[in-house]
Ligand binder design. Sequence first.
Ligand code: HEM
Length: 464
Amino acid sequence: MSVPGPAPHRWLGRRANAHAYAADPVGYTADLYHRFGGVAGLVRGDRRQVFAFGPELNRAVLTAGDTFHTVLEYAVPERIRNARRGIGLLNMNGPDHRRARRTATPAFRPQSVGAHAETVAALAAEEVATWTPGEPFDLSERMRELTLRIACRCFFGVDIAGEAAGIGRMVQDMLALRYFASSIRYFPFDVPGAPYRRLLTVIRRLDAALASIVETRREGGAGADLLQALMAVRGEDGEGLDDDALIGQLTTLIVAGHETSSNTLVWTLLLLSQHPAETDAVLEAVSESDTDAALAAAPLDRVLKETLRLLPPGPNTARIAVAPAELGGHEIPAWCQVVTSKFATHRDAAVFPEPLRFRPDRWAGAKPSLYEYLPYGAGPHACIGAAFADMEMKLVLAAVLGRYRIAPVIGATVDRSVGLMMAPKGSVPVVALPRDDSQPARPIGGDLNEMVDLDGADRWRLGW
Ligand code: HEM
């Protein structure tokens, strides 16, 4: 059976569709979902990239880790792959991944993660103390720097505050250059000025900086961080992780573990700024100083769940079929890229009534299955840092909302930008207002309104 899908562009063919998808993955995927549902190709009859929708196909793709591999290793140019000292969980598949994952898991158990709560709360409080009420600042930038600082402290014990050229800078440079950028994929030449050379250079520098941290630990330095926990674990053969494996895991942890949280924090504070009643419920439940209360607060838990439903940081998850497979009655050839969509899955009105509304109260009773609600993924690659992320985001929100309400500046516009993750495009200017300032919500413009019903108006929202 041929895969349904849109017609290729009249003159430019499939390439134009690929370009449209890269320019707006959320919009393109939503369109495929509404027009074709089930399984659809990037273009009609496509055997190179197909989209699989719905809980049943989420399960089929995400749990079959030996057939559907993560895409990272396939998308990275070979010389960049070879330049790295080690690789992390998201770059591994099959038995190698299973072994590494089993070894790393104890370091991420809720008990191990709980040991970091005090550090997270202290760093968040320090950040919020630098804000001046009523003075505009870029919420995206502040949350990104805070979560990167938390990651470097909790993962390997380094405080990047105030550093100009250290690890924090290198990580930001590496993420800004992006492995997948077309300038790197289509111009992989190690020549002066090329983004490819800059990426190689920053990877080598970051590896060297992490290697020196690992070396210091091996020489007897102590630390109460994830690195120490990872160094303590032993595989079934009694062996621990070698230096390259540790460096690879640390790099993946920083990449996977700070922008995800920072984007979710920004989305949460923006959504709350539009919903004063939900904000009041959270304000009542949290205070700056009581971390235990924040971790246990049901209103905060529901608000986070609802943000991750509407605006999951990874709206699409792609896999490469390494062997022929069958999905929804369609034959999938080897080397086809299969894309699943949390974004579409989380908007099924049968599971989430009024799916476009931000309604944290739905979580008082909602019990979706693992494949109906999967902000942290599912199957062998499901987020290993979910317990850490949950603790971190609750404590940062408690630090912010324990002191302030956040409001967008008047006339603010928020659009999505989707690369590896879905983030607000550019800066997000906001002001911190006193907690008892109960002025009406200041409306937000931009395509955030396509993804969430903020105004109750009956209008087109990506087909929902
Ligand atoms: C809001 C916060 C976060 C969200 C929504 C999130 C989401 C996800 C998702 C969806 C995956 C699966 C990717 C796939 O299937 O291809 C994943 C994997 C992963 N996440 Fe997270 N994540 C978050 C925070 C974190 C944090 C804080 C850490 C580190 C402490 C972390 C570490 C990882 C790692 C290492 C993997 C790869 C696991 C593997 O391949 O076995 N994440 N995350």
